[in-house]
Design a protein around this ligand. Structure first.
Ligand code: FE
Ligand code: FE
Ligand code: ZN
Length: 294
């Protein structure tokens, strides 16, 4: 099976999308995900058309289908909280324009945190926000990410995501991004993925899955923590993650690693992607990464 797999990569001001493609290629990825600027602030530089064209040519040369490439919206956007609504709506609209300029067709978005307003009001705010943001002629699809339920995060259950989708008028512009660490931490038993997927299909519909974030978790099921671990080194484990990655029903869905750097310094993605392609757990992986970058 031809996996569509990559990782989170950087995006810097000098070489923009071209730098992201080059980084992805060093990991032998055939897709990738990036923020269009620092996720914690709103500073964004104009996009250089020539660099973007160069990036697209390099993708083509290396069989990276741009339709599988993902933008992650910055996490300062919180549609669930009325107080920041104007800012969030405005910034998300700009992010959509930037995605269109770059030719990227999927944007992953954290639904939001209700910060004390309660689940029902929070969900309604997200619906209202998305109805303000989404226009019928916009090109990218927004993929709502399944969340761990840390603090007052919404989107921790399939039911909450379904409520949002049902409330959005132009919901043909919405898909879902499954995050394996978040789902584990939210209480889904990933070792029974067939059942989890069936539940998703029953509540939301499997055709809505637009992206999968592949992460192990540092914490046990239902812990509501959201701390990612390297593949096979956490509580979900290699076999369960492999089973998800190779699920034939998710064959055409891009898989993105967001696992932590080793010693906060060395990107693990080249080694993790090789391990996933070999489909055998490598217990020496962390040391091999360290040696490779030393
Ligand atoms: Fe995310
Ligand atoms: Fe994620
Ligand atoms: Zn996370």
């Amino acid at each position: 099976m031809d996996l569509i797999i990559g990782s989170h990569v950087g995006y810097n001001k000098n070489d923009g999308l071209l730098g992201s493609v080059k980084e992805a290629l060093t990991y032998n990825s055939n897709t990738f995900m990036f923020y269009t600027g620092a996720p914690q602030n709103t500073f964004r530089l104009p996009i250089d058309k020539n660099i973007t064209e160069e990036a697209k040519a390099l993708m083509k040369e290396n069989n990276i289908d741009i339709n599988n490439v993902i933008i992650h919206a910055p996490y300062i956007i919180n549609l669930a909280n009325r107080a920041n609504m104007d800012f969030s709506v405005d910034f998300l609209k700009k992010e959509i324009r930037r995605s269109e300029e770059l030719g990227i067709s999927k944007i992953v978005l954290h639904p939001g945190s209700h910060v004390g307003l309660g689940v029902e009001i929070g969900l309604q705010n997200i619906i209202d926000g998305l109805n303000m943001v989404i226009e019928s002629d916009m090109k990218p699809i927004i993929c709502l990410e399944t969340m761990a339920g840390k603090g007052s995060e919404l989107g921790k259950t399939f039911e909450e995501i379904k409520t949002i989708i049902d409330g959005v008028k132009l919901n043909n512009k919405l898909m879902v991004c499954l995050d394996t660490c978040h789902m584990n931490d939210a209480g889904y038993d990933m070792s029974k993925f067939d059942e989890v997927l069936e539940e998703f299909d029953r509540i939301i519909g499997i055709e809505r899955i637009g992206c999968v974030h592949i992460n192990d978790s540092k914490n046990p099921i239902n812990s509501h923590k959201d701390r990612h671990e390297n593949i096979g080194f956490g509580t979900i484990g290699f076999d369960t993650l492999s089973n998800i990655i190779y699920n034939p029903k998710l064959k055409d869905v891009p898989k993105i690693l967001e696992t932590p750097y080793i010693d906060k310094e060395y990107p693990p993605y080249k080694h993790e992607i090789k391990m996933i392609r070999d489909n055998i757990f490598n217990s020496n992986l962390l040391d091999e990464v360290r040696e490779d970058y030393r």
